[in-house]
Design a protein around this ligand. Structure first.
Ligand code: SAH
Ligand code: SF4
Length: 355
């Protein structure tokens, strides 16, 4: 394979500044180039504020982006759209944009595949591919911002709830959060960024020390080790009580409520006993419980609860004195939960051409 030019966003700022200086370009050109990329310039040639010769030099040295969109799907009358991207090396990841009246949220991927292997999750069923680099995570956000800007909308929130376990790719994820929130880049406040983890305790502790006020979401799904060992296998290494303790220490240090995610699996984790155990675990804590109706995945033994079943479980959890909501199942038809478009594309081996 011919060697690929480096993606522009993969080049450290200092190196890019030196590269520009070597070509006699003034220092402010760096900010101009980055601003053009952030605004979704499709090619260096479209960066009209740059001299033609510099545009040509940029084009011969760099690629404007590394992610290649290879498939799209949509749901909710186009309010939810999903893009599958091919990465350098051939792995694929997905990103989902959800449009609401008052906000637009991007669900982003941090790894191709996921080594945690939760049995209800489509992503966990594929062999792990690789970690994404910070610029590959940032590029998903830049592309979503471009898509939304063309509709007169602004990307306002980012959630790390696509493919992958962000805390098994900690360094790149934190770097991408810093970039996405950088006022000279996409300028999305860390408070509007949610990092969701299956519970890698040492990284939760590390995050506390970063003083980066992101919202932490913990994928709990079970309050007792015996069940959580099965549903979220990383629990065998980081048991649930220690996990809640580490998460609450983050809540205290950041002053931000932790969001506990709970995928409702009928008859498995939606019983009165589960609600009671959850109550014991989280009562009087700075916590919010987010119940997610299971989005069915082929070849798994799980089924989603009925609408009444979900309501009943929510009432049982509320009766424990906890803050609880049922998450909007936005994007269900677009297979918007974790890893599903990927699964369909992998199965059919068909690639939908993207304009
Ligand atoms: N690996 C991280 C983030 C990505 S998954 C984590 O597990 O937290 C984002 C959320 O989607 C998690 O809460 C996960 O449990 C949930 N999820 C995975 N598969 C799902 C499915 N089939 N239906 C509903 N939610 C699912
Ligand atoms: Fe990985 Fe999260 Fe899916 Fe579990 S739910 S396999 S941690 S992506």
């Amino acid at each position: 394979m011919p060697e690929l030019k480096p993606a522009l966003l993969s080049v450290p700022k200092d190196d890019m500044e030196s590269w520009l200086a070597e070509r006699g370009a003034p220092a402010y050109r760096h900010a101009q180039v980055i601003a053009s990329v952030m605004h979704g310039a499709p090619s260096f040639d479209e960066m009209h504020e740059l001299p033609r010769s510099l545009r040509a030099e940029l084009d011969s040295a760099f690629r404007i982006r590394s992610l290649r969109p290879i498939a799209n799907s949509e749901a909710d009358r186009s309010l939810t759209t999903k893009t599958l991207y091919e990465l350098d090396g051939g792995h694929t990841v997905e990103a989902v944009v959800m449009r609401y009246p008052d906000r637009s949220t991007l669900c982003i991927s941090s790894q191709a595949g996921c080594p945690v292997g939760c049995p209800f999750c489509a992503t966990g069923k594929f062999p792990f591919g690789r970690n994404l680099d910070a610029h590959e995570i940032e590029e998903q956000a830049v592309d979503a911002a471009r898509l939304l800007a063309a509709e007169g909308r602004r990307l306002s929130h980012v959630v790390f709830m696509g493919m992958g376990e962000p805390f098994i790719n900690y360094k790149a994820v934190i770097e991408s959060v810093r970039r996405i929130s950088d006022p000279e880049r996409l300028a999305i406040s860390p408070r509007r960024i949610v990092v969701s983890t299956s519970g890698v305790i040492p990284r939760i502790e590390q995050l506390r020390e970063e003083k980066l006020p992101v919202t932490l979401a913990i994928s709990l799904h079970a309050a007792r080790d015996e069940l959580r060992d099965v549903l979220v296998p990383i629990n065998r290494k980081y048991p649930v009580r220690d996990l809640v303790q580490a998460s609450q220490s983050y809540a205290k240090a950041s002053g931000r409520r932790v969001s506990y995610e709970w995928v409702m699996l009928a008859g498995v984790n939606d019983t009165e006993r589960d609600a009671r155990e959850l109550g014991v675990l989280l009562r009087r804590k700075l916590a919010h419980v987010n119940l997610i109706p299971f989005n069915p995945v082929d070849d798994t033994p799980y089924v989603a609860p009925s609408r009444e079943g979900a309501r009943r479980f929510r009432d049982l959890v509320a009766a424990q004195g906890l803050n609880v909501t049922v998450r909007d199942t936005r994007g269900r038809e677009a297979d918007a939960a974790c890893g599903q478009l990927h699964e369909r594309v992998m199965k059919s081996k068909e690639v939908v051409a993207v304009k």
